[in-house]
Design a protein around this ligand. Structure first.
Ligand code: ATP
Length: 146
């Protein structure tokens, strides 16, 4: 069965959006199979975003994601990886369509300034089934969902 890793980022937790975000996945018919409030250590944040290491906003991204607790979740359902990405919307809150989580809830704070400011976009979703598996079951992640 398909499985994806969804994480409410520190801005989503601080702004009280956890319930709203969970609700959208529940209403879409997906099944919540694991959930944990978690303070992400720097090392795991760097592992999670290792593909972006060369970007100018990388240090800011690590500061952002470790700036407060995140809510780590595993969700199950047919086609859940791609469907969750659609529910979440585009990376940049300014481009995210109304009706998506980011389009409705994320405040643009990043790219108006120099590109070393990361987008604060309230939620993460795995971008492929392989990454879903890695993010839920990988050794580096084990501490965040068990
Ligand atoms: P996530 O992986 O968090 O679900 P995403 O898949 O939409 O987001 P990625 O390309 O994986 O986007 O980038 C990871 C995160 O890095 C983004 O969510 C955002 O916070 C930040 N980011 C990515 N590209 C930019 C950019 N050009 N300018 C500012 N921040 C960015």
């Amino acid at each position: 069965v398909d499985e994806t890793y969804i994480m409410v980022k520190p801005d989503g937790v601080q702004r009280g959006l956890v319930g709203e975000i969970i609700s959208r996945f529940e209403k879409k018919g997906f099944k919540l199979t694991a959930l944990k409030l978690f303070q992400c250590p720097k090392e795991l944040a760097e592992e999670h975003y290792k593909d972006l290491k060369a970007k100018p906003f990388f240090p800011g991204l690590i500061d952002y994601i470790t700036s407060g607790p995140v809510v780590c979740m595993a969700w199950e359902g047919v086609g859940v990886v791609a469907s969750a990405r659609k529910l979440i919307g585009s990376t940049n809150p300014l481009n995210a369509e109304p009706g998506t989580i980011r389009g409705d809830l994320a405040v643009q704070t990043g790219r108006l300034g120099p590109s070393y400011y990361p987008d604060r976009n309230v939620v993460h979703g795995s971008d492929s089934p392989e990454n879903g598996k890695r993010e839920i079951g990988g050794t580096a992640y084990a501490l965040c969902l068990v």
